[in-house]
Write a protein that binds this ligand. Structure first.
Ligand SMILES: [Mg+2]
Length: 417
């Protein structure tokens, strides 16, 4: 059997490039990509975060996920543009349409990333490497932005390949190339090695992806459970998941908010309300088979004054506990200690969970996922209140709040932000 040929195509600094292209098309002389610039949450407040940065901004040490406030401290002349998801949706769709000229098997992985199965297309369209260059140039010519293409025999290696040198590059990363292209890289650059996992590996002398690939999987299992085995497989370039063209990223975010029947003025009750909101958000996220990369919390006080705060996660998740933990941190960071009337939680920056269908990301997650799934299953059969966390007993609160449920479909995105 001949091996599969998978492309991973990733738009470079997507949000920023897309904004830059729009401005150039509208007669702007300045290309945002050529100056220190970021797309950031809310430039007027200190709470917005950097979603995407230009390469000159990166050279000032500005990082994705840091606050716009601290980014501006590093570079006072930094240009900050607000996000425009309607624009991103249009660019993302046009990007996918071009890819579908090269194969019917195209799967959207996130708003700016696609997998393409080229296996059956070689006869019709020719050499994969030449095709990748052609495709990259076509996107540049027709849509004005650059992409990286990774080519390999599976999705994992294709994705790792597209992460190699950026921007505007094509890289192959076939299994036989791993020893010199992937194994020398720091272990935290391996897909799936998160902020919590990397230090545990390093403590044990596993510094590179190659160290992980040659580690004894039984040893890894001792401190990372079955997740260690999964990472060991990844480090060795093993992944059998298929490109699923039916999978599209259709929703941008999932939110839930509630008006509380009494004024909340302590952290513990607020944490419970947040949990009741997250229970619902988490279940919908899992049902849609997405992971979220961003969590935000909004607060409205007695005087109807609203404020919000958001954070990018280091690893996308669909875990109720993880989202709740982040929501509580965000709440604690911004709450002015006044009585609250209304609370909201929202997750965004969704990507599909297809690369890691069963066991995802951070360690100990398997147990949590099994638990989340069990609860989802029981609730779908016996009703929302058939299972509740003990902390809700006698709290006067519903264990699953469903005040205002918002599922944000792309077509109605213009109303957002
Ligand atoms: Mg990208």
């Amino acid at each position: 059997m001949s091996r599969r040929l998978i492309f991973h195509v990733d738009a470079n600094s997507a949000y920023l490039s897309w904004e830059a292209v729009r401005r150039l098309q509208h007669g702007d002389r300045l290309d945002l990509r050529s100056v220190p610039a970021v797309v950031g949450g809310n430039p007027e407040t200190r709470h917005g975060i950097v979603l995407t940065k230009s390469i000159p901004a990166k050279n000032y040490g500005i990082e994705t996920g840091e606050s716009v406030f601290s980014a501006r401290a590093k570079c006072p002349e930094l240009i900050i543009v607000p996000p425009d998801y309607y624009l991103y949706m249009q660019c993302s769709k046009a990007f996918g349409d071009i890819l579908r000229e090269y194969s019917p098997l195209v799967e959207q992985y996130s708003i700016d990333e696609y997998f393409l199965d080229y296996t059956g297309m070689v006869k019709a369209l020719g050499d994969p490497l030449e095709t990748a260059y052609r495709l990259k140039e076509q996107i540049k010519q027709e849509l004005g932005f650059t992409v990286n293409v990774g080519i390999s025999s599976n999705k994992l290696l294709a994705k790792m390949g597209s992460e190699l040198k950026k921007p505007d590059m094509v890289h192959t990363l076939f299994p036989e190339e791993m020893p010199y292209k992937m194994w020398p890289l720091p272990v935290e650059e391996l897909f799936g090695v998160g902020r919590a996992t990397a230090p545990k590996l390093k403590e044990r002398g596993i510094l590179t992806i190659g160290d992980l690939a040659s580690a004894d999987p039984r040893h890894l299992k001792l401190f990372l459970k079955s997740y260690g085995y999964l990472l060991w497989n990844f480090a060795n370039g093993r992944d059998a998941s298929s490109v699923r063209p039916d999978r599209r990223v259709l929703i941008k975010g999932i939110g839930n908010s509630t008006t509380i029947p009494f004024d909340v003025d302590d952290r513990q009750t607020a944490s419970l309300v947040l949990l009741s909101l997250v229970e619902n958000v988490g279940a919908r996220l899992r049902q849609a088979e997405y992971l979220a990369g961003l969590v935000s919390v909004s607060i409205r006080n007695k005087e109807f004054y609203s404020y919000s705060h958001q954070r990018k996660l280091f690893m996308p998740t669909d875990s109720t506990n993880k989202i709740h933990e982040t929501a509580c941190q965000l709440f604690n960071e911004i709450w002015h200690q006044e009585p609250i009337r209304h609370l909201g939680v929202r997750v965004a920056e969704l990507c599909t969970n297809s690369l890691l269908q069963t066991s995802i990301f951070e360690e100990n997650i398997e147990k949590q996922r099994a638990m989340d799934r069990a609860v989802d299953e029981i609730r779908s059969r016996y009703g929302l209140k058939s299972v509740m966390r003990a902390s809700f007993l006698h709290s006067g609160l519903s264990c699953v709040a469903g005040g205002t449920v918002t599922e944000e479909e792309y077509p109605i995105m213009s109303s957002l932000l």
